[in-house]
Design a protein around this ligand. Structure first.
Ligand code: P70
Length: 473
């Protein structure tokens, strides 16, 4: 760029600029931190970014879960929250928003996504049954295993290759699924666990064509499909962008169509739905609904609040409708892509194509000299925090956990550090700061050593594990 002729960001990228479809009404001050404070905080946190205090973080990209900025419409709806224990009018508004947006008639509220995963797994899975899915998610698989199920990954091979440019890396490989059905019989399969987008693959979408073919295969064998709709609106936006025949369909229409190929869905409303807490499971079948609605009172709360306050359900009702706005999704996905494109241009290895909710740094190529059992992605998350106060999250060997049969690390094909972008929270200037911080860590990568795990909890170890720096490779 010439100094005499400054260019806008859009011009630098050879396109028209986009801007946020909102203006800011309230701000939350954040402060920068110094390196010495960060080094101390990091070692107190055992080099695990989940154990840092948020006041020690400058730009928080740990997760896009529950970290969204709510709209003035959502905040004002919260004041209308009906806090009745039973039959709250807020529940009925919540139920209508979910019915209209996703199309399932029967809705059970839960406090967040894993509450819904627990209910579904306990209700539908029989001991020893296989649960095929398009890549594992940590909490989803754990609840399936706790219910006696065995997760089987049936995502297409391209999803495990961070450089594959396949536009729908979230697709299910129907041959892999068919082979499982052949081996175990349809009665040996609990249901297909489909997710849109696929978090652990890098926020990658599946296509409508794949969903239709999956429905057809499952119908032939009498197998149900349940959808993790946590980031389905982002999946729908990527379909609008990439799938032939969908450019003129709205995100809202595509969401409805995707749901029509499934038997039910569950949701962590903390993502797409633009709230800080909440979840649900919604299904077509009446008997399944009765079972879920009965079990929810054991673990979550009555079937008209499921662990949420009335005001929380109001915020979900409004946020669910805002989530399927085309303008909102455009800004959302383009902001993530802006950060990713800067890093790509500087040669920082990331998962491609850039997904819906986060940039995933490819720690295997970032730190080729750090072996996988020295936790390269955990190391990268720690180094980025030490460098800049930017907080990301490990999504590699620590997250994958141990195989329940052998007790060994699972050594996943993808060893990633995720920078998740909260919705409507940070600006383009924040993205610039993050990009430069990643570049600085990349520039001194050869001098970085890995970590040793010194404390390992039994369940979902990544949340609470502790590490020490290794002095030598
Ligand atoms: C994240 C969060 C949550 C999540 C998800 C998908 C596709 C279900 C859930 C569970 C929070 C998280 C969870 C476990 C490990 C790290 C972070 N994902 N399905 O940051 O929903 O959190 O509401 O119980 O992404 O990706 P919930």
């Amino acid at each position: 760029m010439s100094r005499e002729h400054p260019e806008t960001m859009g011009q630098q990228f050879g396109r028209r600029s986009w801007a946020e479809p909102w203006k800011i009404k309230m701000v939350e001050p954040i402060t920068t931190t110094d390196r010495q404070t960060r080094e101390r905080a990091l070692s107190e946190a055992g080099f695990n970014t989940f154990l840092l205090r948020s006041e020690d973080v400058y730009i928080d990209l740990l997760t896009d879960s529950g970290t969204n900025a709510m709209s003035d419409r959502q905040w004002s709806a919260m004041l209308l929250g009906d806090e009745a224990y039973a039959g709250s009018s807020s529940f009925y508004r919540f139920e209508s928003a979910i019915r209209e947006t996703y199309g399932y008639p029967r809705v059970v509220p839960t406090h967040q996504g894993r509450g819904a995963e627990h209910l579904l797994s306990q209700t539908v899975i029989k001991e020893g049954q296989i649960v095929p899915g398009n890549m594992y998610f940590t909490t989803t698989r754990l609840h399936q295993e706790l219910a006696g199920g065995v997760f089987a990954d049936v995502i297409i091979d391209e999803a495990h290759d961070p450089s594959s440019q396949h536009p729908f890396k979230g697709n299910i490989d129907l041959d892999k699924l068919e082979a499982l059905i052949e081996r175990h019989g349809a009665e040996g399969i609990a249901y297909v666990s489909l997710a849109g987008t696929v978090n652990m693959a890098g926020g990658q979408p599946y296509s409508v064509a794949n969903a239709k073919a999956l429905r057809e295969l499952c119908d032939r064998h009498g197998i149900q499909i349940y959808l993790d709709a946590t980031r389905l609106a982002e999946n729908a936006y990527l379909i609008q962008e990439r799938e032939p025949g969908y450019a003129d369909k709205s995100v809202a229409e595509i969401v409805r169509e995707l749901c029509s190929y499934t038997d039910g869905a569950w949701m962590s409303a903390k993502k797409d739905a633009l709230v800080n807490i909440g979840g649900w499971i919604a299904v077509n079948d009446e008997d399944l609904f009765d079972s879920l609605r009965n079990l929810v009172v054991v673990y979550e709360g009555l079937h008209t609040y499921g662990g949420m306050a009335g005001r929380d359900m109001e915020a979900v009702a409004v946020g669910t409708r805002e989530a399927v706005s085309d303008d909102h999704q455009h800004q959302r996905v383009m902001q993530v892509r802006y950060l990713g494109t800067l890093l790509q241009r500087w040669g920082v290895p990331i998962v491609e194509p850039i997904g819906g909710h986060a940039i995933f740094l490819d720690a295997t190529r970032f730190y080729p000299h750090i072996p996988q059992d020295h936790f390269p992605a955990q190391t990268l998350a720690a180094e980025l925090y030490a460098e800049s106060g930017v907080r990301g999250m490990e999504r590699g060997n620590v997250s994958a956990g141990r195989d329940p049969e052998t007790g060994e690390h699972r050594y996943p094909a993808l060893e990633l550090t995720r920078l998740a972008i909260p919705r409507r929270v940070y600006t383009q200037a924040h993205m610039d700061v993050v990009a430069e911080a990643v570049k600085a860590v990349h520039d001194r990568r050869t001098a970085t050593r890995g970590l040793r795990m010194v404390y390992e909890p039994h369940y979902l170890r990544f949340f609470q594990a502790r590490f020490e720096r290794r002095e030598e490779a």
